[in-house]
Design a protein around this ligand. Structure first.
Ligand SMILES: Cc1cc2nc3c(=O)[nH]c(=O)nc-3n(C[C@H](O)[C@H](O)[C@H](O)COP(=O)(O)O)c2cc1C
Length: 335
């Protein structure tokens, strides 16, 4: 997720478990071949032997663009730099991106989706998989199936479908049932995405879409243990308990420490606020800490506020952080 899930975040989320692979923020392709530093900035994992997080979770490089020739040139560049999979973004709703004919704007014309995927598939010539991230359409759902079929015809190895149109932005609800309609029209795997915040959402998305696998965006930021929660439930039928604040606070503290190695303090504080903001709608304690810290600008004070034992109203004594996952308890299989 652009501006949100960078390599540090991928690393921390991958460490919590339950993730099969991660995708970079999009690399914006216009009409030139981008230099290696751009790829390394978006995907520092390219410098690791297998392009993975340190615990071995593969990281796929995402390109966003509309010009098949430029996409092909950058796919070749990515391949040369060691990319092990390329994902193409046909979902970005941002006005600036769409105005320049990128992201979801291509969903108005399935032939253009096909040409973009085809160009990249030919460029990498089977050396690595090419995948596509779609929405259900631009303004309506009429071309949802045609766009998915176009991506498949272009050579995509799998599709991730965010179950909303571009114009629906991020407004609930996600229309998971539409993913089932798409799934019936293509032979390649389809992965459901959009508004999966809890185990119950996973279950509903899975039931309505027919997809076993889901992609998590904001839900994994709101609850960094959601992927592990889903995986654990898939394997055992047991529910993991809610992740306590101390563990969430420790993840944020680790995040700050890692970001601080390369970024100025004020940027790290802004990033911490951003992540805490993603947590607050889904966690009482996160909401209270966000309210307390939203105007804080000093990193040390912010970290003290995250760790104080008494919580937001407390004196600022710091708790020891718990890094181990809580014990499991067993419940009925259906969440
Ligand atoms: C701030 C932000 C940045 C995003 N950046 C990307 C991106 O770079 N590439 C991408 O494929 N999707 C991006 N997305 C979309 C998410 O991947 C996902 O499809 C969407 O948020 C719905 O899933 P969720 O409800 O699990 O978040 C972004 C979403 C947000 C909110």
């Amino acid at each position: 997720m652009e501006g949100v899930i960078d390599a540090v975040t991928r690393e921390l989320l991958a460490n919590r478990g339950g993730i099969d692979w991660a995708v970079t923020e999009f690399v914006r392709v216009v009409d030139t071949r981008l230099p290696p530093r751009v790829f390394h900035k978006h995907c520092p994992e390219l410098l690791s032997p297998q392009v993975t997080t340190s615990n071995g979770i593969p990281v796929h490089l995402q390109l966003l663009g509309s010009d098949p020739r430029a996409l092909a040139a950058n796919a070749r560049q990515a391949l040369r730099l060691g990319a092990t999979s390329i994902d193409l973004n046909f979902g970005c709703p941002a006005k600036t991106v769409n105005r320049h004919d990128g992201g979801a704007s291509l969903l108005r014309d399935p032939a253009r989706v096909q040409r973009a995927v085809e160009a990249v598939t030919h460029a990498v010539d089977g050396a690595i998989p090419v995948t596509a991230k779609l929405r259900l359409g631009y303004a309506d759902y009429r071309l949802a199936r045609a766009c998915a079929q176009a991506a498949e015809a272009g050579g995509a190895n799998h599709l991730v479908v965010h179950a909303r149109t571009r114009n629906e932005g991020y407004r609930p609800p996600a229309h998971w049932e539409w993913i089932a309609r798409i799934r019936h029209r293509v032979a390649i795997p389809v992965i459901a995405n959009g508004d999966i915040w809890t185990l119950e959402d996973y279950w509903r998305a899975r039931s309505l879409s027919g997809c076993t696998d889901v992609m998590l965006g904001r839900g994994a930021l709101a609850d960094p243990d959601l992927p592990a929660r889903i995986r654990h439930w898939q394997r055992t039928g047991e529910r993991l308990p809610e992740t306590p604040w101390a563990v969430r606070g420790a993840i944020l503290a680790d995040y700050a420490a890692l970001q601080r190695t390369t970024l100025p303090e004020r940027v790290v504080v802004a990033l911490l606020k951003q992540w805490l903001n993603h947590m607050r709608d889904r966690h009482e304690e996160a909401r209270a800490r966000f309210a307390l810290l939203r105007r804080e600008t000093g990193l040390d004070a912010f970290l003290r506020g995250l760790a104080s034992v008494e919580g937001p109203a407390g004196s600022g004594r710091t708790a020891s952080v718990h890094r181990s996952r809580d014990r499991t308890h067993t419940e009925s299989p259906a969440p």
